[in-house]
Design a protein around this ligand. Structure first.
Ligand SMILES: [Zn+2]
Ligand SMILES: [Zn+2]
Length: 302
């Protein structure tokens, strides 16, 4: 009987260990943000993810040509990237995708052909903010691209999760004035042996809402790195200090901020988390996070 119990206990334990797929190699390179050196800056965001031999484009910048030009200047090839994630529908994240798809499909018909969006991306609102979405959809579908709609967390590859719509569990309001009209806002979450890495575009779902969602997805792993825009550039000092305290409590080791996080907000997060200029910065175009190495925000930002 005792032996049977031991066997049963072992059988119950093993699958839990085996389930936790982990990312081995991860590099994130910023291709559009507000700090330009090299390339062109803009109010927008885009980053290339290289994870275990697979490439994913996360967002596409604001202006049609920015990411195309910046990738060229940085020597980044996007023609072998098939998956694109649009964090949400705002034009500063979707403005480059049609140009990029058309430019890259000349080299590879499958390039940038699978577009991942969160549920609600196509949802009509009465604010008029989605005016460009139907055209974006028809322009992309006319090239043969297809959309994948995510209703909740989906594992795109072992240890690589897309959150889909993020539950709002805090009172954060990391979005433009008015009601929360961006239900589709989604982040990429990477499960690594060192902890969880999050890549977010505008963070409209709320920085800490996203961190808590990622923690749920990864089974409570500590936060290793947070990359991207958090839309806290105009947040109050109290809100910034709270956000920093929450990030510290989550165990954050690296902050590679960009886009709508803001410069002052990044500095305050660095102070509140106890990180340093080597581990927390507002990155420029070409800035990187590399698993096992940390961040390189660029010469002007470091
Ligand atoms: Zn936005
Ligand atoms: Zn944005």
């Amino acid at each position: 009987m005792k032996r049977l119990l031991i066997v049963l206990a072992a059988a119950l334990l093993i699958p839990q260990v085996a389930l936790a797929a982990q990312v081995q190699a991860l590099k994130v390179t910023v291709l559009s943000t507000m700090l330009a050196e090299p390339g062109l800056g803009e109010w927008g965001y885009a980053a290339l993810v290289e994870v275990d031999g697979r490439k994913i484009l996360y967002d596409s910048g604001a202006r049609p040509e920015t990411v195309l030009g910046n990738a060229r200047e940085l020597g980044v090839d996007l023609s072998d990237v098939e998956d694109v994630i649009l964090s949400h529908h705002h034009g500063d994240h979707t403005g480059g995708i049609v140009t990029l798809r058309k430019a890259m499909m000349a080299k590879n018909p499958k390039a940038l052909s699978r577009i991942h969006v969160g549920e609600g991306f196509f949802q009509a609102t009465n604010t008029g903010t989605r005016a460009g979405v139907p055209k974006l959809r028809s322009d992309l579908e006319a090239t043969g691209a297809t959309f994948v709609i995510h209703k909740g967390p989906d594992e795109l590859a072992p240890g690589v999760w897309l959150t889909g719509p993020v539950p709002r569990v805090t009172d954060e309001k990391n979005y433009p004035p008015g009601p929360d009209a961006i239900p589709e806002d989604q982040a990429l979450v990477f499960e690594t042996a060192e902890g969880t890495v999050i890549l977010t575009g505008c963070g409209h779902a709320g920085a800490i809402n996203i961190v808590r969602d990622a923690s749920k997805i990864t089974g409570g792993k500590p936060l290793l790195g947070l990359i991207g825009g958090l839309h806290i550039f105009d947040a109050s000092d109290a809100r910034l200090d709270w956000t920093g305290a929450e990030l510290k409590a989550a165990g954050v080791k690296y902050l590679l901020m960009g886009h709508c996080t803001g410069l002052e907000a990044t500095w305050r997060l660095r102070q509140a988390t106890g990180l340093t200029r080597k581990t927390a910065a507002y990155g420029a175009n070409g800035s990187t996070f590399i698993l096992g190495k940390g961040i390189n925000p660029g010469r002007i930002a470091g």
